[in-house]
Design a protein around this ligand. Sequence first.
Ligand SMILES: *Cc1c(COP(=O)(O)O)cnc(C)c1O
Length: 223
Amino acid sequence: MNTPENLKYIHSQLPETVKLVAVSKTKSIHEIMEAYQAGQRLFGENKVQELTAKWQELPKDIEWHFIGHLQSNKVKQIVPFISLIHGVDSFKLLSAINREAEKFNRIVPILLEFRVADEESKFGLSIQDAEELLSGPDIAAMNNISIRGVMGMATFTNDAKKIESDFKELHTIFCVLRDKYFINKDQFCEISMGMSDDYQIAISEGSTIVRIGSKIFGTRINV
Ligand SMILES: *Cc1c(COP(=O)(O)O)cnc(C)c1O
């Protein structure tokens, strides 16, 4: 795999407004540094331990996004340095992030994760869950989180029409929530969708952040 070439190609396909998270899970410090030297500064990881180890070792101007399923008891390890937590799908997790962020005197940006794929096992909120969460009294008191938008994954399929409709659904959820709960709040502006095999579709459906691993670093052996 030629990481600098891959990055160049992907960037050439992305509109300037779309951010590229280079998903570096399972990849070595050396492999990440290759991307860094090619100019990439935004990386994504899905395991707390792996992320914190890499954060400690790598240059401090890297912006780290957490893209995995985060357990409440591990929040404190990433809160000091994380730029965006993508997969927030419960009140419990939101309040844990808020609590830890307060200790570090930070406002931590997060995305709400939605279940738009057909697979049962995927994490994520339904629109009803989100409305319940956003209209409750507790959320207004959470001063140390900033809800920046939504995140989701399409069904694992070759059917481009199905993937398109999953992404359309996520975009609709974004618009509904924005118009109802984030009027005049410009920070609610991100739609994180699109991976190596479906990022072109995601971009046509309004993605603002794509999360790409294997098309940059090569296929992963595990996970
Ligand atoms: C691994 C992962 C990606 C990147 O997957 P690729 O298919 O390698 O691009 C994107 N998003 C999430 C949530 C992931 O876990």
